[in-house]
Design a binder for this molecule. Sequence first.
Ligand code: ATP
Ligand code: MG
Length: 230
Amino acid sequence: MSLINCKNLTVAYEGKTVLSNLNFEIEKGWRVFVIGENGSGKTTLMQTMLGLKKPLEGKIIYGDGLKHNDIGYLPQQREIKKDFPASVYEVVLSGRLNKCGLFYTKKDKQAALESMAKLDILDLKNNSFKDLSGGQQQRVLLARALCATNKILMLDEPLTGLDSKTSAYLSSLLLDLNTKHEITLIIISHNFESTMNLSTHILHLNDNQVFFGTTKDYKKTTYYKLMGGK
Ligand SMILES: Nc1ncnc2c1ncn2[C@@H]1O[C@H](COP(=O)(O)OP(=O)(O)OP(=O)(O)O)[C@@H](O)[C@H]1O
Ligand SMILES: [Mg+2]
């Protein structure tokens, strides 16, 4: 059974349809990249897949025992308060909020430390989040998303605004999480080159589902050339 099955999905804001009749299934272990112009509905779709927004029509079915709180989520940067008065550790640990009861458990704290180690930010543990550089903040927020899950990460433009070195580092880390730790990735990206290098599957949106399939098949389409592919 697929991890996420999106069936005849239509999503709207106050009667204005953003996406209509989407149909796709995501299997465990895939690296699905969601692409499309600004305003094409990528973030809206991700929020719907997370259960944060209700579809107007159709449904999203989780398989393989997946639950809402098994998903690690990195929101798009414009939705994040960057002057949040907390330490790096506190921000990462807050990724476990959906999992814990009233208090963080030993397991929650362990998961936060492990994901900080994976992102190589243990040395920033006690630093104030708001005083970090944009790239460091992005790494912390990725660690926050990661400590919520060992199954699936949904990342909304994780590499936007990063220099090429940090971007390459995070790209290889994401690849590692997928290949070594079997974490399924759903990533929204405007960077066409890294999308083509990292993805196994592409979902191309333009108010509608323009394409869903393997990256190999996408490269045979006219959309690929229109997006600047060679
Ligand atoms: N909270 C909201 N209320 C009403 N309309 C919204 C809301 N959020 C988004 N929209 C509209 O829905 C459409 C899709 O927006 P969305 O943010 O999903 O696009 P996107 O593909 O993520 O764009 P970008 O690449 O700029 O991040 C846009 O027309 C946007 O104006
Ligand atoms: Mg968006």
